[in-house]
Design a protein around this ligand. Structure first.
Ligand code: HAM
Length: 428
């Protein structure tokens, strides 16, 4: 039988990192570091964590994101069981809104700032920075149409990016206007593009009838050329949305967040209105989007609410954030290294190691040792591999004398210390 392998587009996260399908998958500690920065910054914004199921009703996603979008039309891992249709969540916004409505979180009053972090699933063609199981963190600020909420979600994203040490990124913003602005613009865009139909790629030809706004995202040179003179969404948006957008920009400027206005930015999900934004990194190549988000005041009604629940938020990809971290030269996050690695020689020392390690662990120290009873050289190699701060060497003689030989791995200094002093010697 062939050995089983992880499915293409999915990957294991290993303590030392590894290469999978040509991509470097960072060591677990980098992922943990990222999660910790996210938690810390989210707390500063008064956001509380929400955890929703991986499985959601397919209709929630189809209605929420839009039937014509790439995600719903071709990227859902969806299946039927009995009379229920399940989808493995491709994103977090519709599920968080579902939970908000289901549990009547509005009743708690005020604005809910909810954040999340976890795996998401899209049946995309796997390539660098694009996976079938990927990981996102994000915030959803629900219950406010205030422009400060839009600016705050962007500021929160910026703080996380800066907190991770990512130095190169561009924030692109746009306003999509209200519910009526887009159909008006769509009509004008289709009218403009129709005479060029023969010059469009097959994908764009298809989109002309299904989802014309997506053509604005094209990377095709000829199509970009054609789009240069296309009508701009900016000219179709309503006055209130314009004022709202000016406010968002003022708030961003007030806290020193620079941005580029991109009139072609429409985002690939249908639920947006007014503010839309994307954070791009030059380090990522074709998949340049580190994070994306915007306002989605109309989503609540699409997923069954009688009232409009204004909301705004963003989601960012862990994998792409990590790629950008490496590109910015941030390669090391504090690893949970052993404070002490015990090298034991002889039977008495081997069994002493077990009880001594347990005692030090209850005192809050990270302790490791070799479980195979190997040679001193092999044990030292293992201590190095685990990047231990200290190595405590114990044999029969040391046990008789009630001491250990303690080696500081940063400067290789060695000294004999009393067993009773070991914990305090290796404590920070
Ligand atoms: P999205 O633009 O579809 O937005 O995804 C956000 C981020 O998730 C992307 O910028 C990218 O970093 C990452 N991502 C998406 N798909 C993949 C993939 N196949 N492989 C690796 N990374 C990926 C949303 O999901 C919205 N829910 C964002 C939002 C929140 N809008 C309002 N609130």
């Amino acid at each position: 039988m062939n050995q089983f392998k992880s499915i293409p587009g999915t990957f294991d996260i290993l303590p030392d990192g590894h290469t999978s399908g040509g991509d470097f998958i960072a060591p677990t500690r980098i992922w943990i570091h990222l999660e910790e920065v996210v938690r810390k910054v989210m707390a500063r914004y008064g956001a509380a964590e929400i955890r929703t199921p991986i499985l959601e009703p397919t209709q929630l996603i189809a209605r929420g994101i839009g039937a014509q979008t790439d995600i719903v039309s071709k990227e859902m891992f969806a299946f039927e069981r009995g009379s229920t249709n399940y989808v493995m969540r491709p994103e977090g916004t519709a599920p968080v809104m579902r939970a908000y409505l289901q549990h009547n979180l509005a009743q708690k009053g005020g604005t809910q700032r909810l954040y999340y972090s976890g795996p998401f699933f899209r049946a995309e063609r796997p390539q660098k920075g694009r996976y079938r199981q990927f990981h996102q963190f994000g915030i959803e600020i629900i219950g406010s149409e205030d422009a400060r909420a839009d600016a705050e979600s962007i500021a929160c994203l910026r703080d996380i990016v800066v907190g991770l040490g990512i130095t190169e990124y561009t924030l692109k913003i746009n306003s999509l206007g209200d519910a009526e602005s887009r159909p008006r613009f769509k009509e004008a865009l289709v009218k403009y593009l129709n005479p060029f139909v023969d010059d469009l790629s097959d994908v764009s030809k298809n989109r002309l009838s299904t989802n014309p706004l997506r053509i604005l995202d094209t990377k095709n040179e000829r199509e970009r050329e054609i789009l240069k003179d296309a009508p701009l969404l900016t000219d179709f948006i309503d006055d209130e949305s314009k004022i709202h957008f000016e406010l968002v920009k003022d708030y961003l400027t007030a806290v020193g967040i620079s941005y580029v206005e991109d009139p072609h930015l429409v985002r690939g999900l249908d639920y947006y209105s007014r503010t839309a934004f994307e954070l791009e990194s030059p380090a990522l190549g074709a998949q340049s989007s580190l994070a994306g988000g915007g306002r989605y005041d109309l989503l609540s009604k699409e997923v069954g609410s009688k009232q409009i629940v204004p909301a705004v938020g963003f989601a960012a990809g862990f994998e792409r954030m990590i790629m950008a971290m490496y590109a910015s030269g941030v390669s090391e996050a504090a690893a949970a290294r052993p404070d002490v690695f015990i090298v034991a020689l002889g039977d008495a020392a081997l069994s002493w190691t077990f009880t001594a390690a347990q005692k030090m662990r209850t005192e809050g120290l990270n302790v490791s040792y070799d479980l195979k009873g190997r040679s001193m050289k092999a044990q030292m190699r293992e201590a190095n591999r685990q990047d231990a701060r200290f190595v405590a060497i114990v044999g029969d003689d040391e046990l008789d004398a009630g001491t250990v030989m303690l080696k500081n791995m940063s400067d290789s200094n060695q000294k004999s210390v009393l067993l009773t002093d070991l914990s305090s010697e290796v404590s920070d």
